[in-house]
Design a protein around this ligand. Structure first.
Ligand code: SF4
Length: 178
């Protein structure tokens, strides 16, 4: 097969310029939902994550996601990452990497990354809450009403309701509240 010839410098410049023009017409990316793991310790009856495979984002994808957001947010100074799962706290090491890498990279762009998380709240402990506090990570917690209603829909993998696990952690969450 005959190899394609290398594009000339002029062609490469034209392509780069066109790409730049196209990019300027797109709305900047302000927020990325980062589905950091498909895994979850719960089995809620309305969950949209099929299978709950123990799959977690790789370091490479984490870094690429951060770089993509910082670049594509263009003039936005505070782009956001929302950690989702599965249960994001099951991928706590990857969350830490995202925040650490993200904050360092953001400085190079003169930006500040803002982080938040949707969590089932059953895995919080001092280490995780203190990490959230240190980095200003806000979180959205799911409680589906009173204990009976909540436990009807939100269960651990072994079938137990999760209400008590969440409710018992609320004082600790308050302790670390910003
Ligand atoms: S906590 Fe979230 S991800 Fe886990 S089973 Fe419930 S709805 Fe699905």
């Amino acid at each position: 097969m005959t190899p394609y010839p290398e594009p000339s410098f002029a062609t490469r410049c034209a392509v780069a310029f066109k790409q730049l023009l196209v990019e300027q017409t797109f709305t900047p990316v302000q927020l990325i939902d980062m589905l950091i793991t498909e895994n979850c310790n719960c089995r809620c009856d309305y969950c949209f994550i099929e299978g709950k495979r123990a799959r977690t984002m790789s370091e490479e994808i984490v870094r690429a996601t951060v770089d993509f957001l910082l670049l594509k947010s263009r003039h936005q100074k505070k782009p956001e990452i929302l950690f989702l799962g599965g249960e994001p706290l099951l991928a706590f090491d990857m969350m830490q990497l995202t925040v650490d890498y993200g904050q360092r990279q953001a400085e190079r762009y003169y930006k500040k990354l803002v982080f938040s998380m949707t969590t089932n709240g059953t895995l919080f402990d001092d280490e995780k809450l203190s990490f959230c506090r240190r980095h200003g990570i806000k979180f959205l917690l799911s409680i589906d009403g009173d204990e009976e209603t909540h436990n009807t829909h939100r269960k651990f993998a072994d079938g137990r309701g999760t209400y008590k696990a969440v409710a018992d952690r609320i004082p600790l969450m308050k302790q670390y509240q910003l």
